[in-house]
Design a protein around this ligand. Sequence first.
Ligand SMILES: Nc1ncnc2c1ncn2[C@@H]1O[C@H](COP(=O)(O)OP(=O)(O)OP(=O)(O)O)[C@@H](O)[C@H]1O
Ligand SMILES: [Mg+2]
Length: 436
Amino acid sequence: CLYVSPYEKGHVNRTSRSFCPVCPVFLPSHVCLSLHLSLYPTVTSVRLIQSIWSPLSADCSHCTHGGDFNHFPDDPEFADIIQRAEHAIENGVFPERISQGSSGSYFVKDPKGKIIGVFKPKSEEPYGHLNPKWTKYFHKLCCPCCFGRGCLLPNQGYLSEAAASLVDSKLGLGVVPKTKVVYLASETFHYSAIDRAKSRGKKYALEKVPKVGRRFHRVGLPPKVGSFQLFVEGYREADYWLRRFEAEPLPENIRKQLQSQFERLVVLDYVIRNTDRGNDNWLIKYENLDSCIKIAAIDNGLAFPFKHPDEWRAYPFHWAWLPQAKVAFSQETRDLVLSRLSDMNFVQDLCEDLYEMFKTDKGFDKTMFERQMSVMRGQVLNLTQALKDGKSPIQLVQMPRVVVERSRSGGQGRVVTLGNAFTQTFHCKRPFFSSW
Ligand SMILES: Nc1ncnc2c1ncn2[C@@H]1O[C@H](COP(=O)(O)OP(=O)(O)OP(=O)(O)O)[C@@H](O)[C@H]1O
Ligand SMILES: [Mg+2]
């Protein structure tokens, strides 16, 4: 190893010394590995090192640059897709910015150019510091209170995307295309001029003066953290299909399937308190020949509020205006989710899994996370009641808003204590600009 300064700075545990698996130097192995990764940040070198030294872990808290690579030991299928995306980028098949939309979102391709995922980097979210759409930047500067959502933590959309997928899989809904937190670097992403200049300078130094160049932590552009959602094929925006179904009613068996899928979407949105479910943010796949209809809930980046939306900006669920919302939840949906939702251990488990995910964000704040979970528990409580009472989605969204906090606290509204651990608070005010 040419570069030992992090070790000299003493920010690692000096007792855990061993030989570096890649070069014959006696150093703490994770220091060497992190150095190798930072000196040779290509996917191939990461994999080579991983294969030589299995204890390499993404969450090594000692490494200053460790952790910004992809590691999905529990999900080889997803790991393989990310590997293909990385290979594509290495071979010049770069992610392509999705032209519509308010943030930097990218279609990610495999080496053959086929779209395999949608990547939304944290730094290019609507209020991220590298958002490529100047109008959003303008909004933020000139009129911050009129844009954005005051009930959401800013710049955590990528976590909301991945968390929605987690909720979907834990409840067995199967409507969110699998989404995880991923690190990717590509020259088609939006980088600051400084980042690009640094990267160019380092590459130049490495070519011209390899001795100096090898001292750099990282040579290429820095990987961006973001959400990576699997691309689903053959789907179109719900808006399109719903209009078509009005003109050409569906056969009964397909109508039932759609109803069942719709209820799963309602369950997801209600639990995560999605504030952005327009009919352009869910997709439908319907092919007459298949006799099968499927929903995909995409664009889940504006969910998990830390408080219920203010009365004057309600962010209603747009599906509540659809005829499907007037039908009581089916037995099938109740059988699918009721036993899980009404189990406090399940909900606690879900909160813990979300904690593991959210705490990785740079700006993580435990108090705000607890508030997010209080809103979610309130949503779960309402939903459980609605399912037990045989209510419809439209009746569900008319229920008074509830928060369920971990410990007793004096808030506005009616307070009911649930055992020793949780306090439930009802808010009886209805939003101004909504029929509910
Ligand atoms: N997982 C997916 N599978 C297939 N198509 C997708 C997927 N995710 C997004 N798309 C397509 O990309 C378009 C933009 O996606 P999305 O709405 O998530 O991006 P966005 O940048 O958040 O946009 P906006 O800010 O306008 O909501 C969608 O309308 C859809 O056509
Ligand atoms: Mg969208």
